[in-house]
Design a protein around this ligand. Structure first.
Ligand code: SAM
Length: 325
């Protein structure tokens, strides 16, 4: 499985772009962009080369880690999947393209599209020295218009995009992305109740259109979680010095919360349960909240069931496991 840290090639490319620039200026820009997001704004606030770099330094490590965790979950369920073509919708600085290239050595053809000129320019700059990504095609267009003209791809990814669209646009885009998906569509959103709600709406729409869920759900039925609960996962990632400086923090790691769904054209053969929270391990038992084909269950694996208990002790939030009784 792929590690959550940025590939060395990408880190080097980002650090190279940071050389000779003021880190405090990058930190101020990143803080402003982050405030814009918190106040309900979007990435239209990113207009210059310096903004794009500040955004990438502050956010790419975490979005990359979340996309990688989602791709790892997909690969675990579908180890035979070897996509050759990728379509990265709302690609921004190219985060999902880097993550997919790391996860799938089979990928040889990369197409990206995004409406933000500054983020596109940065992505192409970062790809420049990469042997696999240097020839990626990157359309500077609105996603809906660009998708209408795009070739279908084996793997289509939209990461942290849907939050930036209105409701009607979300549904239209979901349909268009599915129409361009030859095999698998992966959508990743922030791990908030609103992010999960967007994933659920897209999931329901595309299941009705014939999609099957590969991950995280072990079924294609209705989500059994009821508000205030919501399905999300967390990925820990290391922070580099530049990352800490641009974010103005001292902790050398962070935890990114994310929600995702991977949808496939063909039904998925393996359908294990999914761990929905960090299991509680005691000397008596392991207690784990699992999503199963029959709904959410709280599985209790007693210590006396030695082999099962030993296996359950290794479960982590987000893992796929065979169903427990
Ligand atoms: C939060 S960024 C995420 C970028 C990237 N996918 C990632 O995971 O790092 C959202 C991206 O969606 C793009 N976007 C939003 N609405 C769009 C639209 N209608 N057409 C094309 N791109 C759009 C923005 O320009 C921005 O680059």
């Amino acid at each position: 499985m792929t590690a959550p840290d940025l590939p060395a090639e990408l880190t080097a490319a980002l650090n190279f772009r940071l050389q000779g620039r003021s880190r405090s200026d990058a930190a101020a820009r990143a803080a402003l962009i982050s405030r814009t997001y918190r106040d309900g704004g979007n990435s239209r606030a990113i207009t210059t080369e310096a903004d794009a770099l500040a955004y990438a330094l502050a956010r790419m490590p975490a979005t990359y880690a979340a996309i990688t965790a989602s791709l790892n979950a997909l690969r675990e369920i579908r180890p035979e999947f070897t996509p050759q073509t990728l379509l990265d919708v709302g690609a921004g600085p190219g985060t999902a393209t880097w993550a997919a290239a790391e996860a799938f050595s089979s990928l040889t053809d990369f197409t990206l599209l995004d409406a933000n000129r500054a983020l596109r320019a940065l992505a192409l700059d970062l790809f420049h020295g990469s042997s696999r990504l240097a020839h990626a095609r990157y359309a500077h267009r609105d996603a809906r218009a660009a998708l209408a003209d795009s070739e279908p791809a084996d793997l289509v990814v939209a990461s942290y995009l849907i939050a930036e669209l209105g409701e009607a646009e979300q549904s239209a885009l979901a349909g268009l992305m599915w129409a361009k998906t030859r095999d698998t569509l992966l959508v990743v959103e922030p791990g908030t109740p609103a992010g999960h709600a967007r994933i659920l709406a897209l999931r329901a729409q595309l299941i009705a259109a014939g999609a099957h869920v590969a991950a995280p759900c072990p079924h294609d039925g209705q989500c059994p979680l009821a508000s205030p609960d919501w399905c999300h996962f967390t990925q820990r990632l290391p922070r580099s010095r530049a990352h800490m400086q641009v974010k103005g923090v001292e902790l050398p790691y962070e935890d990114e919360k994310f929600s995702y769904v991977a949808l496939t054209r063909a039904p998925v053969a393996r359908h294990p349960a999914r761990v929905l929270a960090q299991p509680v391990v005691s000397k008596v038992e392991v207690m784990a909240k699992l999503c199963t084909a029959d709904g959410v269950v709280v599985a209790k694996i007693p210590r006396r069931a030695r082999a099962d208990y030993a296996a359950a002790r290794r479960w982590r939030w987000g893992d796929a496991v065979m169903e427990e009784g």
